[in-house]
Structures are given as structure tokens and as C-alpha cells.
Design a protein around this ligand. Structure first.
Ligand code: SF4
Length: 82
């Protein structure tokens, strides 16, 4: 499996929701650049798409407060929407 390093943003999904398949489907639906995928065991991050993030915050709003974090690596790890 290859993993490309994300340079721009990193996405973190809290363990409390990572296996929630319903939330996974919602995240896959809202993210315009397909960073989320609904897998058999819940939320999957499509790492090769990470740097396509358009900072729209839709994923953050779709998830319970604080459970999905978009980390701005280019801004010393500041959280999007925080
Ligand atoms: S902020 Fe928007 S583009 Fe970035 S991961 Fe969330 S939904 Fe996708």
C-alpha cells in the first residue's frame, strides 16, 4: 500500500465515530473532493486526496462537534473552523 504524505492538511477522525458507517456515508457525501470513503469498518481517509481539501468545513459540520478535525499543516497545525 502506498501512502502519499499530506503537505497541506491532515484529517483526524475521533475513535468514537470512526466506525460509524452512517457518518462515514455522510462524510463521503459532503466532501467535494472525496477525502472520505465509507468502508466496511467505517470512515476511511483517502490520503491521496488530502491535499485537494478546499477548506469548506462541510465535514466538520456533518460530524458531532469535535470528532472530525481538519489540521492545517501549513499553519502550524491550526484547526480549520476552530
Ligand atoms: S473541509 Fe471540505 S474539502 Fe476539506 S475534508 Fe472537509 S469536506 Fe472535504
Amino acid at each position: 500500500m502506498s501512502s502519499s504524505p499530506a503537505l497541506f492538511i491532515e484529517v483526524e477522525v475521533d475513535d468514537s465515530v470512526a466506525r460509524d458507517r452512517e457518518l462515514a456515508a455522510q462524510l463521503a457525501e459532503v466532501c467535494p473532493v472525496d477525502i472520505y470513503r465509507a468502508g466496511p469498518s467505517g470512515v476511511e481517509i483517502v490520503r491521496e486526496n488530502l491535499d485537494e481539501c478546499v477548506l469548506c468545513e462541510l465535514c466538520i459540520r456533518a460530524a458531532p462537534a469535535g470528532t472530525v478535525r481538519v489540521v492545517k499543516l501549513y499553519d502550524d497545525g491550526a484547526l480549520l473552523g476552530a
